[in-house]
Design a protein around this ligand. Structure first.
Ligand SMILES: Nc1nc2c(ncn2[C@@H]2O[C@H](COP(=O)(O)OP(=O)(O)OP(=O)(O)O)[C@@H](O)[C@H]2O)c(=O)[nH]1
Ligand SMILES: [Mg+2]
Length: 188
C-alpha cells in the first residue's frame, strides 16, 4: 500500500501553485493519517466524482484533491499520503507534513484505524500540540466490533477535546454525523 502513489503523471506548475485553480482558491480540508486506514475511501465518499491529481510542488508525490460542500459552501479536500509520525522519513511523509504546515488548512481530519488506536493516537496528540484545527475520525469500526473491541468515542472526544466521530467508510456508516460535525467545525 505504501508505495502505490502515482508518480510523475503531471508536472507541477512552475509557480508552485496547485494545478487546479478553483480548488486552490478554496479553504482546505486535509485528510491525514497512517497508511491504509481508509483516508482515500473517505476522501472519495466526501468528494463524489470530481477529483484532480497533481504532483505536490517540487516533488514526485501525487496528491488527490477534490471539493465538498458544507452548509452550501465549497471547500477543497486534499487526500494526503500516509504518514507514521511527525518526523518524516519518506518523501510521502515529508509532503504530508508540509501539507499540514504550509497549506494552512481550515480543518485537518486525522483518520485512525479503530483496531489500532494505541498506535495511532500519539500522532493525534502531536497534532493537538501543534494547534492544528483538528478532528478525529475513528474508521473501521466494523472491523473493531468484529474483533470485540469496544470504543467510546464520546469519552474520547471529552478526553481529547476535539470532535471525534466513529465511521465505517466502506458502508458510509457515520457519514451523516461526520458531515454534520465537519460543517459545524468550519462554520465556527
Ligand atoms: N472493513 C473496512 N475496510 C475499510 C474501511 N475503510 C477502508 N477500508 C479498506 O481499507 C483499505 C485501505 O483503504 P484506503 O482508503 O486505500 O486507505 P488509505 O489510508 O488511503 O491508505 P494509503 O493511501 O496507503 O495511506 C481498502 O481496502 C479499503 O476498502 C472500513 O471502514 N471498514
Ligand atoms: Mg490513500
Amino acid at each position: 500500500m505504501r508505495f502505490r502513489y502515482r508518480r510523475g503523471n503531471k508536472p507541477a506548475r512552475k509557480d508552485g501553485k496547485p494545478d487546479n485553480k478553483s480548488i486552490a482558491d478554496l479553504q482546505k480540508i486535509v485528510l491525514i493519517g497512517n497508511p491504509n486506514v481508509g483516508k482515500s475511501l473517505i476522501f472519495g465518499r466526501l468528494t463524489g466524482s470530481y477529483v484532480a491529481v497533481s504532483n505536490y510542488p517540487g516533488t514526485t508525490v501525487a496528491i488527490d484533491t477534490g471539493k465538498c460542500k458544507l452548509n452550501g459552501k465549497e471547500y477543497g479536500i486534499i487526500d494526503s499520503p500516509g504518514m507514521y509520525s511527525f518526523i518524516p522519513i519518506t518523501e510521502e511523509e515529508r509532503v504530508a507534513k508540509q501539507l499540514l504546515l504550509e497549506e494552512k488548512p481550515r480543518l485537518v481530519i486525522h483518520v485512525i484505524d479503530a483496531r489500532n488506536m494505541e498506535r495511532m493516537l500519539p500522532m493525534t496528540l502531536q497534532m493537538i500540540e501543534t494547534d492544528l484545527p483538528l478532528m478525529l475520525v475513528v474508521n473501521m469500526m466494523d472491523e473493531a466490533e468484529a474483533a470485540g473491541i469496544k470504543i467510546d468515542c464520546e469519552e474520547l472526544e471529552t478526553t481529547l477535546g476535539i470532535p471525534t466521530v466513529p465511521v465505517v467508510a466502506t458502508t458510509c456508516r457515520g457519514f451523516p454525523e461526520l458531515i454534520f460535525r465537519m460543517g459545524d467545525y468550519v462554520a465556527s
